[in-house]
Design a protein around this ligand. Structure first.
Ligand code: HEC
Ligand code: HEC
Length: 341
């Protein structure tokens, strides 16, 4: 009799554990978010007044998706930085409130926490400071920090979260720190390329990708002279010969120096297949157009880097280069539930 009871108890216990584990599996986002650094990547450095905590991250994510940051409640950071597009917006130039047209193409926020400076001319030194740009920009949120703080301070939930995260009332410090904390978590390094060549866990890769990689890293194309390192950029300011004359001053906008005319920060190529259209003004619509641009050697701007020269690639080589660029797409990143609203 006793052993039968024991058996019943055991069955009860096992089914209880099973149900609990099912519930857990169904909602993995209940687990706290953790920063995971991909193989071959350096540690993510959080600033000393803004080290990572889960409360800060949660608040930052809520603010990233908060339409109340814009004057008329119509857009949030995520309107121009959408997860499915590796945190870009698919437009040539971004649209702010009332569909006001911006002057530049929105860059990806993948691995943005690793950048040494921000914007295409590199004029902003920290992520915390960058947040002020879209807030005040007439063609973006067209609002101001004091007005946003007044507006969101009325919310009990923001006050509670601010106390939990930074032990103070909701203010500009909290807003900029929390969003920057969330942005630093947007790490992407699990593409087919990483799995095959870096982590060596996935053997399935096409011959085109392998040959495209060799071309990309060769002296024949020079691509990796500028797009190198774990984030496929050396963060330098270069001219890649898009025009004879540029409407956008590039780095000169920040420094005022003629020698910086039409120089733009070298962009990361991670998830590049998802971030069309391309270049600072979104003028090249597809990866094939980008490859044709480099193949032609570009226009003769006086600041064009001499590494950009006519390549005479065969049709097959263009296919290979494109396949390599496509292998940099990280499906886990764009489908990661932790980053979704
Ligand atoms: C209206 C569209 C729009 C909105 C809204 C917007 N951005 Fe951007 N974002 C852009 C564009 C366009 C650029 C490029 C600007 C430039 O280089 O001058 C950019 C650049 C950036 C950069 C610099 C990336 C780099 O590679 O240097 C960061 C970081 C960023 N945005 C984060 C944010 C955050 C956080 C918010 C919300 C507070 C936000 N953005 C709201 C369009 C937008
Ligand atoms: C001299 C440095 C340099 C070299 C060499 C170079 N690039 Fe670039 N690349 C840049 C710069 C700078 C930009 C951004 C230009 C702009 O914003 O107008 C860019 C932009 C791109 C973009 C668009 C990314 C985006 O998100 O808009 C792609 C794709 C790209 N390069 C691929 C390549 C390939 C492939 C090669 C080799 C055939 C190559 N690059 C060689 C500097 C370089």
């Amino acid at each position: 009799m006793k052993s039968v009871r024991k058996l019943y108890f055991l069955i009860f216990l096992l089914s209880f554990c099973f149900i609990i584990s099912c519930i857990k599996n169904e909602s993995p986002s209940q687990e706290p978010f953790e920063i995971k650094i991909p193989e071959g990547f350096p540690e993510m450095v959080f600033s000393s007044d803004n080290f990572f905590t889960n409360d800060r991250w949660e608040l930052g994510k809520k603010l990233f998706y908060e339409k109340g940051l814009s004057k008329d409640y119509s857009i949030s950071c995520a309107s121009c930085h959408q997860q499915a597009l590796a945190f870009t917006d698919g437009l040539k130039k971004s649209e702010g409130i009332e569909k006001r047209l911006g002057s530049r193409n929105a860059p990806s926020l993948g691995n943005v926490g690793y950048h040494p400076y921000f914007l295409r001319e590199g004029s902003v030194p920290t992520l915390e400071m960058q947040i002020l740009v879209p807030i005040q920009e007439h063609v973006e949120f067209d609002f101001s920090m004091p007005e946003i703080v007044d507006r969101l301070s009325l919310s009990e939930s923001y006050q509670k979260l601010a106390q939990k995260a930074y032990s103070r009332n909701f203010d500009a410090f909290v807003l900029t720190r929390a969003i920057a904390c969330f942005e630093r978590s947007l790490i992407t390094g699990n593409s087919i390329y990483d799995k095959h060549f870096i982590q060596k866990t996935n053997d399935a890769i096409s011959m085109n990708v392998i040959k495209g990689k060799d071309l990309f890293f060769s002296e024949r194309t020079n691509c990796s002279q500028c797009h190198n390192g774990f984030n496929f950029t050396n963060y330098s300011f270069e001219n890649n010969g898009l025009y004879d004359q540029y409407l956008d001053l590039g780095k000169q906008r920040a420094t005022g120096k003629a020698e910086d005319n039409a120089l733009f920060k070298v962009p990361s190529l991670r998830n590049v297949a998802l971030t069309a259209p391309y270049m600072h003004d979104g003028s090249l619509l597809t990866l094939s157009e980008v490859i044709e641009h480099y193949n032609s050697g570009g226009r003769a701007h006086p600041h064009k880097n001499p590494l950009i020269k006519k390549l005479d690639l065969t049709t097959q080589q263009k296919i290979e280069l494109k396949a390599f660029l496509e292998s940099l797409t990280d499906q886990e990143f764009i489908n990661n539930k932790y980053f979704a609203e």
